[in-house]
Design a protein around this ligand. Structure first.
Ligand code: ADE
Length: 249
């Protein structure tokens, strides 16, 4: 998967791209990332990339010409590459969107800055607009890094354990339950007996129930979109019953 990133601050990407899994994914040719500095595509003497908004008001708006020029130079004549603007007005980035993007061989990300980008970029260049959450960042760079990270770890051969991405929180629509490692007793706090029982079926059921419990307690809305077995439904009914019994006390 190749990522083209248009930004005014390419150096912001150095840390995240040069450590850990993203670093290894580049070394192993699972991903490549080309950082394009939008300023290099501004043709005026001072390489100006922003200007005051028409109609007045505060803040600056990113000019369309350098962004169009950068995208056209990066993609040359390649078509079918999603051109994604990172902005707080985009569709919400979720695990499902990450999985959808992981199917492409190349995507281009535009990191907005200032008050936003000239609307003609949205209308005539961008094919998708993504927000990483309902809050406003200083620019799209951190959002682009989040997107690259979440997409990369879904690509074949990126994570050491091929099952890891399947069991993730959100991958199955549920939050993950608790994990434990050695020691079996730490400061008197014991690892649940079942995890050391060696009974794989019982461990699998326990994990499923803990994932259901955590989702029920923290993000109950997610349960509406998950495929639940009758065993799952019985477990949730018991949880709900236990909760309402407590409420009655
Ligand atoms: N740029 C500023 N805020 C953002 C957000 N929440 N998501 C994506 N890009 C952004």
């Amino acid at each position: 998967m190749h990522f083209d990133v248009l930004t005014l601050f390419p150096e912001m990407f150095c840390g995240p791209l040069n450590e850990s899994i993203l670093k290894r994914a580049q070394e192993n040719d699972r991903i490549s990332v080309a950082l394009h500095n939008v300023r290099d595509y501004a043709t005026d003497k001072h390489h100006i990339t922003d200007d005051a908004p028409y109609g007045g008001g505060g803040g600056m708006v990113m000019k369309p010409e350098p962004i169009f020029a950068a995208v056209e130079a990066a993609l040359a004549n390649e078509t079918d590459v999603p051109v994604i603007l990172l902005s707080p007005q985009g569709r919400l980035f979720t695990q499902a969107v990450a999985a959808e993007l992981a199917c492409y061989s190349r995507i281009l990300l535009i990191c907005g800055r200032y008050e936003g980008v000239d609307e003609r970029v949205r209308q005539h260049l961008v094919t998708d607009e993504i927000s990483i959450g309902d809050y406003v960042l200083t620019g799209g760079e951190l959002a682009a890094m989040v997107l690259i990270d979440a997409v990369t770890r879904l690509l074949p051969g990126v994570l050491g354990d091929p099952g890891a991405a399947v069991d993730d929180s959100h991958a199955q629509g549920l939050l993950e339950g608790p994990h434990y490692t050695r020691p079996a007793v730490f400061r008197g706090w014991k690892v649940p007996e079942i995890l050391i029982s060696g009974n794989h079926a019982a461990v699998a059921r326990w994990r499923r129930e803990e994932a259901l419990r955590r989702t029920f307690e923290r993000r109950p809305g997610l349960l509406e979109r998950v495929e639940l077995t009758s065993q799952d439904q019985e477990f949730l009914a018991r949880l709900a019953g236990a909760g309402s019994a407590e409420d009655d006390d």
